[in-house]
Design a protein around this ligand. Structure first.
Ligand SMILES: *[C@@H]1O[C@H](CO)[C@@H](O)[C@H](O)[C@H]1NC(C)=O
Ligand SMILES: *[C@@H]1O[C@H](CO)[C@@H](O)[C@H](O)[C@H]1NC(C)=O
Ligand SMILES: *[C@@H]1O[C@H](CO)[C@@H](O)[C@H](O)[C@H]1NC(C)=O
Ligand SMILES: *[C@@H]1O[C@H](CO)[C@@H](O)[C@H](O)[C@H]1NC(C)=O
Ligand SMILES: *[C@@H]1O[C@H](CO)[C@@H](O)[C@H](O)[C@H]1NC(C)=O
Ligand SMILES: *[C@@H]1O[C@H](CO)[C@@H](O)[C@H](O)[C@H]1NC(C)=O
Ligand SMILES: *[C@@H]1O[C@H](CO)[C@@H](O)[C@H](O)[C@H]1NC(C)=O
Length: 807
């Protein structure tokens, strides 16, 4: 473990640390929130503040996990909170509002109310930038939106001489001209239609709508409550009332609606009809949100947007993003501008989630921060939290404190969490990794690390009654047999008995992370105990297993394989669940198999704690590199799933950092680019975004360790300012070549001194300094020696295992 203590010559660093380079542009103008809104990326492109609770966006009938998709489907509403990039059901999208210009003959019942009836085609324009989203509708209405932390604000511009429009089987049809008497409705529903209870009231004198609803989380258990407060401005009120199914009337001003458990929720809500707007043909809508009460929703809105000032609110949102993006500058000179767009859009998506619900916690009162939509730890531990730690350590501190507070009040660290509910665990207890990563990187402000240590010990030692939503299963076998048997006998708890291979390697890595914390917080012996358990990955490794792909022997021997209670190995084709063989057979359901969302071929590489031992186990560095090449080049690996991130950089452990650099250039821009479908897979709350951002800075992390793999940044220089220390760390490429022929490091100097290690620790970013890389067109000797590669940790613990280069 000695390497963690490796400290740079900090005095020298302090003198070299600089202020942010203001001659480089702010990243704001390069962000395109629409990247990843097509082809299943599920990115939320609407208006949000960094980590904001309010997320104003359009909701469509198509691929609507993030509300809106660039798929041409009809628009059914505009709602005020969303998640971004998730793979489960659509999430949030509560209490949508919807505009109509007027009703035929001025008859409110001639307007359209249900989503089925009111859906409308798109016009030709969509525009998105951080803090702002706008969209034209086929009805001639333009919808613009922006936000504060808890309030969404909309500006609807109506056509002066509107024609009533409706959506028919052949698309949107304008029919009779109508008088401009805008109708705004609000529906008591969410995107997944999960409402079990709803209440709404409309005030006939002001048009203010308040209410609440009970809804289900999109990838978890239980339910949550939400509250809203909608106000309008721009015209005097003609009438208000309640609608239900496709009827509306002004005799009632409130309603309660319950689920009968059989039918889908009744389409219902309130409406306000306006007289012709006095100027601009505009109606402004301000919708405050809360998870505490509708009074709180109203006060959030009144405090945050007192004067209905759309442009002022937008200006503040833009400034909030500029401030947040100001911690990383890249020199874009000479580089195709698409690379700056890919980069800053990735950084941006890494700062949409988790959402800051501090002060809005409906479950317990606490002075700790509360961030929600940790969606999910299995996706986010690999790069999202590392990006946040680097660019916004204060936010990562709040997230860490949230994780610990959830443990305090619910008894377990969250693995996946959304909307105050427990989400489904996909493998290991990933908060162990997130916490350790933050600890090693100096996250400490107000963090109760001794309680964090107790929390990770609960994951490692105590099996929860339902390990599908927290903790780990199979702990009896884990402690006695030291692997998760494929036919496990487990009477301690209940959970889905699949994924024995991937759970084994993930539990081993979780225990490795716990070992790192145990050095400081554990009882004597804890460190050794968890380090020893970190070697358990090998117990599912069948050294005799071969692999055939598409009928041909791959030539590689030794793969992770199913293993029974009696010690005998079973068989799962090592390529099974790769894109080459039954790609979709390993999801989180009882019909899943022994690996999760990927093949044993890929999971065999998941030994981040002891790559040296993995390399020698697989036959030495040369064979290892060939095997890693085969993983990337055969089609076995899908870069759109997060487990594919680390294998891009594992060449570093075999002394071939140049191959990692070449590999990342093969994926960016071919798989990550500026098109609407420009991310592989779902973004998963910014996982893909943070992967490209860290990769393009040339400092991808080994998550859970104080290790960044060095590869040349995609720009001639990158400067990162640490908000807590105020220091700037700059990475400069000499011989930078925008055509990316010179992507191989020939030599490096850290603060003027030769630097041969192919990895960095976080101290560089805390202390600031300059890392200069000299590039060339071919691999060099730089970073290739045994002593140059990142550390590996032997389960025996006596030594820091060196590289075992073998052949
Ligand atoms: C950006 O890079 C260009 C070309 O390499 C260089 O001339 C310029 O000085 C750099 N700008 C800054 C602010 O470092
Ligand atoms: C939003 O909340 C954050 C965190 O509390 C705060 O720092 C920020 O000033 C707020 N932003 C705005 C625009 O009010
Ligand atoms: C839809 O278009 C088809 C083919 O042009 C036409 O026959 C049909 O009448 C149209 N239906 C409506 C409701 O306009
Ligand atoms: C929603 O509001 C109604 C009316 O005030 C109230 O009866 C109900 O308890 C509220 N529901 C929740 C979950 O707060
Ligand atoms: C071990 O258990 C597996 C699964 O039940 C079984 O198929 C196998 O034959 C057993 N092996 C031995 C040696 O008993
Ligand atoms: C693999 O896919 C094939 C073809 O879709 C299917 O017939 C087979 O049942 C699948 N095998 C497993 C084990 O899921
Ligand atoms: C952009 O990325 C997407 C998603 O990975 C990919 O399908 C597409 O081919 C890429 N486009 C280009 C021009 O490389």
């Amino acid at each position: 473990m000695g390497t963690r203590l490796l400290v740079f010559t900090s005095l020298l660093l302090r003198t070299l640390a600089q202020a942010p380079d203001t001659s480089l542009p702010n990243g704001y103008k390069y962000v395109d929130p629409l990247i990843g809104t097509a082809n299943g990326g599920h990115v939320f492109p609407g208006a949000t503040l960094p980590f904001g609770m309010a997320k104003a966006g359009a909701d469509c009938t198509g691929d609507n996990q993030g509300g809106f998709a660039s798929d041409g489907s009809n628009i059914v509403g505009f709602s005020h909170m969303h998640d971004s990039g998730t793979g489960g059901s659509p999430s949030l999208g509560l209490f949508p509002i919807f505009p109509q210009s007027g009703c035929p003959q001025g008859d409110i019942n001639a307007c359209k109310f249900t989503q089925q009836d009111r859906q409308i085609g798109r016009g030709s324009k969509v525009a998105a930038r951080p803090g702002y989203f706008s969209l034209d509708l086929a009805s001639g209405i333009t919808a613009e939106m922006t936000v504060t932390n808890h309030t969404s604000m909309y500006r609807f511009t109506f056509p002066s001489n509107p024609t009533y429009s409706y959506y028919g089987p052949n698309g949107t049809v304008p029919s009779t001209p109508v008088t401009l008497n805008p109708v705004m409705l609000l529906e008591l529903i969410d995107l997944p239609s999960s409402r079990s209870f709803g209440f709404i009231n409309v005030d006939p004198s002001t048009g203010r709508m308040t209410g609440n609803g009970t809804f289900n989380p999109s990838f978890g258990v239980g339910s949550y409550k939400a509250y809203f407060c909608a106000d309008w401005k721009g015209a005097s009120i003609r009438s208000t009332g309640i609608w239900s199914n496709n009827r509306a009337g002004s005799s009632a001003m409130s309603m309660i609606t319950l689920a009968d458990g059989v039918d889908s929720p009744l389409p219902a809500g309130a409406y306000v009809q306006f007289n012709t707007p006095s100027s601009n043909d505009q109606i402004l809508a301000r919708v405050g949100m809360s998870f505490i009460s509708s009074e709180r929703a109203c006060s959030n809105a009144e405090n945050e947007i007192p004067g209905f000032d759309f442009d002022g609110t937008l200006g503040a949102a833009e400034q909030a993003w500029k401030n947040r993006l100001n911690t990383v500058h890249v020199n874009v000179t000479g580089v195709d501008s698409s690379f700056a767009k890919i980069f800053y859009s990735g950084v941006y998506r890494g700062m949409i989630s988790p959402q800051d619900y501090t002060g809005e916690n409906q479950l317990w009162s606490s002075s700790e921060p509360y961030y929600d939509s940790i969606y999910c730890g299995w996706d986010s531990f690999r790069s999202i939290h590392q990006l946040i730690t680097l660019l916004d350590p204060e936010t990562q501190t709040n997230i860490v404190r949230t994780l610990i507070d959830v443990y305090r009040h619910e008894g377990w660290l969250p693995d996946c969490r959304m909307s105050f509910c427990k989400g489904y665990t996909q493998g290991g207890s990933n908060a162990d990794i997130i916490l350790t990563d933050s600890y090693l990187k100096g996250i400490k402000n107000g963090v109760d690390w001794p309680t964090a240590y107790k929390a990770v010990l609960a994951d490692a030692e105590k099996e929860p009654p339902n390990w599908d939503i927290e903790g780990r299963g199979g702990l009896q076998s884990w402690k006695t047999l030291h692997y998760i048997p494929t036919d496990d006998y487990d009477v301690l708890g209940t959970g889905t008995h699949t994924r024995s291979i991937s759970r084994t390697v993930e539990y081993a890595y979780d225990d490795f992370c716990i070992a790192q914390l145990a050095q400081t917080f554990g009882a004597p012996g804890d460190y050794q105990k968890y380090l020893s358990r970190s070697g358990n990955w090998k117990n599912m490794f069948n050294p005799k297993q071969t692999s055939t792909v598409n009928g041909a022997d791959t030539g590689f021997t030794g793969f992770l394989q199913p293993r029974y209670l009696n010690g005998t190995f079973g068989f799962q084709d090592p390529a099974f669940c790769s894109p080459l063989l039954n790609f979709t057979s390993c999801y989180l359901d009882p019909a899943g198999h022994e690996t999760y969302e990927g093949s044993a071929w890929m999971y065999t590489f998941f030994v981040p704690q002891n790559m040296a031992n993995l390399i020698s186990t697989l036959g030495g560095a040369t064979t290892f590199v060939k095997r890693l090449d085969y993983l990337h080049e055969s089609g076995l690996l899908y870069i759109g799933d997060e487990q594919a991130f680390l294998p891009v950089y594992q060449y570093h452990y075999a002394g071939r950092p140049g191959k990692s650099a070449a590999r990342i250039h093969a994926y960016i821009p071919s798989q990550f680019n500026t098109s609407l479908s420009g991310i592989a897979g779902n973004d998963d709350s910014g996982a893909m975004g943070s992967f490209v951002a860290l990769s393009m800075m040339g400092i991808f992390p080994n998550p859970g360790q104080n290790v960044y793999f060095i590869t040349p940044p995609f720009f001639s220089s990158v400067a990162i300012t640490n908000k807590q220390t105020g220091k700037t760390a700059t990475i400069k490429n000499t011989n930078f070549d925008a055509a990316y022929k010179n992507i191989y490091i020939q030599s490096a100097a850290l603060n003027g001194k030769a630097y041969n290690k192919n990895w960095l620790t976080h101290e560089f970013f805390l202390e600031g300094g300059i890392l200069e890389l000299v590039l060339g067109p071919t691999e060099s000797a730089w970073g290739t020696r045994m002593e140059d590669v990142p550390p590996s940790y032997d389960a025996g613990g006596a030594k820091v295992a060196g590289m075992e280069f073998g052949n």
